[in-house]
Write a protein that binds this ligand. Structure first.
Ligand code: ZN
Length: 134
């Protein structure tokens, strides 16, 4: 793992939260993107070298909808940047972590992503992400 790539926050209303975080951070989101396969709309903010991702559900089966029902708004995941996501998943599986995605999938912000189950990471959903080179 290289560094924290971003922190993901589950929100009920992306427009409202975009305004809130724009006020908080003093910058507008640099990107808003829908990931249909995940049932989410996301927006990304830069704060210095750090990034915040806001996630809104686009349907009731979305993992974000389920999270909001169970826990309400708040920090949803921490994402770490990796250079070789497949190798890192193998390493983490050997260490006993439960991987939610055997195969990395295309996520928001031009990344390949995979998640670790929070039951093996002290209750924190961990995302691994690798830049997709085009
Ligand atoms: Zn994320």
């Amino acid at each position: 793992m290289e560094k924290i790539e971003h922190i993901g926050i589950a929100v009920k209303d992306l427009e409202m939260s975009n305004n809130l975080f724009a006020k908080l951070l003093g910058v507008a989101p640099y990107k808003t993107e829908e990931v249909a396969s995940e049932g989410v709309r996301t927006s990304f903010f830069k704060s210095g070298p750090n990034k915040i991702e806001l996630l809104e559900a686009t349907n009731e089966d979305s993992p974000i909808a389920k999270y909001l029902t169970k826990k309400g708004e708040g920090i949803h995941h921490i994402a770490f940047a990796v250079t070789d996501i497949r190798a890192e998943l193998q390493r983490l599986k050997k260490e006993g972590f439960v991987v939610l995605n055997e195969k990395p999938k295309k996520g928001a912000d031009n990344k390949l992503v995979a998640f670790l189950h929070p039951k093996t990471t002290n209750g924190v959903l961990i995302e691994l992400c690798q830049d997709i080179e085009d």
